[in-house]
Ligand binder design. Structure first.
Ligand SMILES: [Zn+2]
Length: 315
């Protein structure tokens, strides 16, 4: 069996389980309910859901989207979130696994070791971030809330992941040098010795860089929010959106967060135009901007690296 398939099927099944858990979070977090107690139950007849009616995707199909006890409709959202999370897990692990394999390609040395390790950490970050973003996307769409339990927890998780990456960073990787021309070449190809001109070490570069990324991303949306308030004298952008962008920055860094914001704005424009054209909304209607920001974040997580590389080649 090709290693990729052996890898992707378990990732899909794991994603289904996490998607099922995500559905519980989506149903309860906006109303500040506990996600552990009580057990899953039908919102209409309150009957606890039997274990064999709680199998991701399959149960929804077998039950034909109806509660076994009272016949209440089980919304589309349940299988969609489960499938979405499963595909995200499969695709993310696949993408970063393949990237690590392609980059490896028999090469050795510090640079290679660092690139592969960075791919693994980027894969882990994309995996967790995707789980949080899918949940927030649905919650903001349905309830116009972005719970702190996801956004603030996400900021902490993303930052801890970078700290872990910094701990395991190969010596000399990501160092910033004041004068790069004084590097001395060693006998083995690809390795260098530094002559004491390291301005910022790799771990400091990673950790402090990410702190600035989180603060910077939050500051962008914070100032847009403050500016809108000053001009229009009403809330245009929730604090949840500010925390959401900071969370994306915590996992991906500053420029991918900017990309997510840009993509979110691009995505919401046709939706707003559609609503205005069909008279389903006027200028005072609140749009779930967070949902579009989440979609932008998903794009940045999976394709941010090639998009940003492509864009910087244009300049
Ligand atoms: Zn029921």
């Amino acid at each position: 069996m090709p290693p990729l398939l052996a890898f992707e099927l378990p990732a899909f099944l794991l994603g289904l389980l996490f998607g099922s858990f995500l559905n519980v979070c989506i149903s309860r977090l906006p109303w500040h309910q506990s996600i552990s107690t009580p057990r899953s139950h039908c919102p209409r007849c309150q009957h606890p859901i039997r274990w064999y009616d709680n199998i991701p995707l399959l149960s929804w199909v077998v039950l034909r989207a109806k509660c076994r006890d009272c016949g209440a409709t089980i919304p589309w959202r349940y299988p969609l979130v489960e499938l979405g999370t499963a595909l995200w897990f499969m695709n993310t692990l696949g993408v970063f696994w393949v990237r690590a394999l392609i980059e490896h390609n028999g090469q050795v040395g510090l640079w290679m070791e660092q690139r592969i390790q960075a791919q693994y950490f980027a894969g882990g970050a994309a995996l967790i971030l995707g789980f949080l973003l899918i949940g927030l996307l649905v919650m903001d769409w349905q309830t116009h809330t972005l719970p702190d339990a996801f956004t603030l927890t996400g900021i902490v998780l993303g930052f801890l992941l970078v700290c872990t990456q910094a701990i395991f960073l190969p010596t000399g990787a990501e160092d910033i040098h004041l004068n790069p021309t004084t590097r001395m070449r060693m006998r083995s190809p690809g390795s260098f010795i530094e002559l004491g001109n390291v301005a910022v070490t790799g771990p400091e570069h990673l950790v402090f860089g990410r702190v600035f990324a989180i603060l910077g991303a939050a500051a962008i949306l914070w100032s847009i929010r403050a500016g809108y308030k000053a001009v229009r004298h009403r809330e245009g952008l929730g604090l949840g959106d500010v925390k959401l962008l900071a969370m994306i920055a915590a996992f991906l860094g500053f420029w991918p967060a900017v990309l997510a914001l840009f993509a979110g704005c691009l995505l919401i424009l046709p939706w707003a135009a559609y609503l205005l054209a069909t008279k389903k909304a006027d200028q005072a209607t609140q749009l779930p901007f967070g949902s579009f920001l989440c979609a932008g974040g998903l794009i940045a997580a999976i394709a941010g690296e090639p998009i940003i590389a492509w864009y910087s080649h244009l300049l």
